[in-house]
Write a protein that binds this ligand. Structure first.
Ligand code: NAD
Length: 464
């Protein structure tokens, strides 16, 4: 099959590489010329870090099944499937900004050379496929008016459910493949394209287009709701003397609830949950419904991102019963983890940015370390933290380097290398043995026995 992918981000590049790996002929196009230049280098340069993707892209590129171009028209003319995998970020009013989708649709209408299936892969609010169809049709009609032959096309919705950090595996072995169609021709072709990815336990779910569009938002809204729900439970646990880890085990063993996605922490970030919850909220408002749950999910998340940073500041303001703790303005905090979750270097909507903003505003200095996101992290800091406070943030060479001369360790992202650190060394390097564990990864009993002043989320701490 000849496949064109518009957009070489997390979704576009993974989709392109995985289809190419199955023997399809894939051409990926992006308006970002630097990105394409890197992908076209002999030693392919990926625009982001994603486990397993670099080898896959290199192998498929070497085999000639995966090519890259910034000539969008050329890519479209060469293919029969036109995947739109461009960004759909949050607009100023909270609704999804669909300008990149519509620009891609226009290029498709201007360039399709034969019958094409236009695939909405990006996350797009209900009703977008109809708009994409109208734009492509308008451009096709313009060509007909100029004397060209009419080219037919269908638009389908095929939302993506991959997770950054395990994107290749998720694409190759999806839980389900959702396809929204309005005709048999496009359904048959989509089924053929995905045939190699279907196993007995992962159905292709074919449905109408609006339901497919809505499915993606409902899935992300449900996952975000679980996170905000558990964060709210953790806040209540702290105040009533219960332990969220026991509560999680207690409710997770109920099959109807399940064990996954029940962790209290610093709130959800990334390029999907925050903007998708907001986009769904706004789409519902357009349809004259004011969502109550989505509003609460968002509000809980906003306060959860910063609550531990505020608690850390209070800890130092109070002197915490020890005369030697410095006031916040003279404090240095070691921050472990910048990316919004482990196994990715993505900084979009990362809680670490909110935390650094709060800490530096209180006059604190912050030394940061992340195993993979130092580059993207520093770029994000440039954009997010006001210029006069940026010099308070210093990159560290490794996780222990960050601790030198710091008054507290703040664990923000639960990378595996942070899970079993050398606690003796941590204690030696910190000026005061204070740990704020934003992901509940350390054992409270052990922390307290080792003499740490340990802070976590919603767990019982038995002080010796
Ligand atoms: P991204 O920002 O990483 O990549 C988008 C790419 O599209 C960029 O490289 C950009 O230059 C390119 N682009 C923009 N306009 C273009 C145009 N007119 N023609 C060609 N290329 C263009 O985005 P992403 O994270 O891959 O997300 C893409 C979509 O997939 C979004 O709707 C997102 O919500 C959805 N999604 C993302 C994930 C994820 O984990 N990142 C998972 C599922 C769904």
């Amino acid at each position: 099959m000849k496949v064109c992918i518009l957009g070489t981000g997390y979704v576009g590049l993974v989709t392109g590489a995985c289809f190419a790996n199955m023997g399809n002929d894939v051409i990926c196009a992006d308006i970002d010329e630097k990105r394409i230049e890197g992908l076209n280098k002999g030693e392919v340069e990926l625009p982001f870090w994603e486990p397993g993707l670099d080898d896959l892209v290199r192998d498929c590129a070497r085999a000639g099944r995966l090519t890259f171009t910034s000539d969008i028209g050329e890519a479209i003319r060469a293919a029969a499937f036109q995947f739109i995998a461009v960004g759909t970020p949050q607009g100023d009013d909270g609704a999804a900004d669909l300008s990149a989708v519509f620009a891609a649709a226009r290029e498709i209408g201007r360039n399709i050379a034969s019958y094409s299936v236009v695939v909405d892969k990006s996350t797009m609010p209900v009703g977008t496929a109809a708009k994409v169809k109208a734009i492509v049709a308008e451009e096709v009609e313009r060509r007909v008016a100029r004397g060209e032959e009419r080219v037919e096309f269908d638009v389908v919705s095929n939302p993506e459910f991959l997770k950054q950090g395990s994107a290749v595996l998720d694409f190759e072995k999806p839980d389900r493949i959702v396809i929204g169609v309005d005709g048999e021709r496009s359904e048959k072709l989509m089924r053929e394209l995905y045939a190699q990815f279907v196993r007995s336990n992962n159905p292709i779910l074919v449905m109408d287009i609006p339901s497919a569009e809505m499915t993606k938002y409902a899935a992300n809204a449900m996952l975000a709701t679980r996170i905000s729900f558990m964060n709210e439970m953790a806040q209540i646990c702290e105040r009533v003397g219960a332990d969220i880890t026991h509560v999680r085990a207690g409710i997770g063993s109920d099959e109807r609830i399940g064990q996954k996605f029940l962790y209290a922490g610093l709130g959800y970030g990334g390029s999907c949950f925050p903007k998708d919850v907001q986009a769904l909220y706004h789409r519902a408002l357009e349809a004259d419904y004011g969502p109550k749950i989505l509003k609460a999910v968002h509000e809980v998340n906003q306060s959860q991102k910063g609550f531990m940073a505020r608690r850390l500041i209070k800890h130092f303001e109070n002197g915490h019963g020890r005369g030697e703790t410095p006031p916040p303005g003279e404090c240095r905090v070691a921050l472990w983890g910048l990316s919004f979750k482990p196994e990715t270097d993505d900084m979009r909507e990362a809680p670490s940015l909110v935390i650094m903003d709060i800490l530096t505003e209180a006059g604190m200095r912050v030394s940061v370390f992340d195993p993979k996101a130092m580059g993207k992290g520093l770029e994000a800091i440039e954009k997010f933290i006001p210029a006069d406070r940026r010099e308070r943030i210093e990159p560290a060479g490794d996780m222990y380097d960050a601790l030198s001369g710091a008054d507290a360790l703040f664990l923000v992202t639960e990378w595996n290398e942070f899970r079993s650190p050398d606690f003796g060394r941590i204690k030696e390097l910190l000026k005061t043995p204070v740990i704020f564990d934003g992901r509940n990864i350390f054992d409270p009993k052990r922390m307290i026995e080792s003499g740490f002043d340990y802070h976590c989320i919603g767990r019982l701490l038995e002080k010796p």
